[in-house]
Design a protein around this ligand. Sequence first.
Ligand code: GDP
Length: 309
Amino acid sequence: MFESLSDRLAGALKDLRGKGRLSPSDIDATAREIRLALLEADVALPVVRGFIGKVKERAKGAEVSAALNPAQQVVKIVNEELINILGGETRRLRLAKNPPTVIMLAGLQGAGKTTLAGKLATWLKGQGHTPLLVACDLQRPGAVTQLQVVGERAGVPVFAPHPGTSIGGGENPLGVSASDPIDVARAGIEEAKQKQYDVVIVDTAGRLGIDEELMRQAAGIRDAVNPDETLFVLDAMIGQDAVSTAEAFRDGVGFTGVVLTKLDGDARGGAALSVREITGQPILFASTGEKLEDFDVFHPDRMASRILG
Ligand code: GDP
């Protein structure tokens, strides 16, 4: 991940080294190189434009500094602007004042939602919380079982409908249908309240592509459970499609934060660098593998340092 972007940026900035003063044309030439590096990494065009505009403006206006030579100054500016497009400060997960906190996961099929549910639950457990996973992906055959397997591995209970039954078994105390994800979501929250789980993670169905039915269903679940956080799970490997997917989820469901998955892959980095600016929502977590522990809070400054090498 980011390897070719890192190399290209290093190349662009290297040419400045040893220069005592930077002329406007030095800065323009460097900005052009940075622009190409970002475009090649699939960063969305409006994001690239904004980024380059700021870097140029700041580089040209930079005061002569005793502490940093001109090349170092430009590196510092690029670093700070990378941190900015990645969201600036680390944004913590918002927890409800009155538990349970409800976290809904949304995203395309294969984005890594179910895996993430287990990771997030494990992470929350490590912070002293008592999470409950709720299986609302009733579309994909095997999705409920997959969440149960994830829950078992994470040592976290899973609230799921049994195929062909009503929730609550024969007694059906909640009187809900096992085939309607909205009913399952509501019942899951009730279960959490009764059994005092303090965080509910609602896994929802994804589709291979964006479709209206998917959006309607996700919006219906959102309205039913009124989440404290709706996390849009984005596969960093999908490259240029990331922007249209993120926009579709923003407009169709709305979300309060992003989780980037598959950052361990060899994606060029465009999704990671575009999603915050395009959607206006912060990246909260990063997923870097298939194991439960391959997961961490997202830190814009660390990611920027990694990109700049
Ligand atoms: P869902 O359809 O959104 O629920 O996606 P899944 O959780 O089933 O994940 C789809 C595939 O991606 C599975 O094979 C996961 O093991 C894999 N996966 C999920 N997150 C990551 C990640 O961060 N890195 C890698 N390499 N694979 C991941």
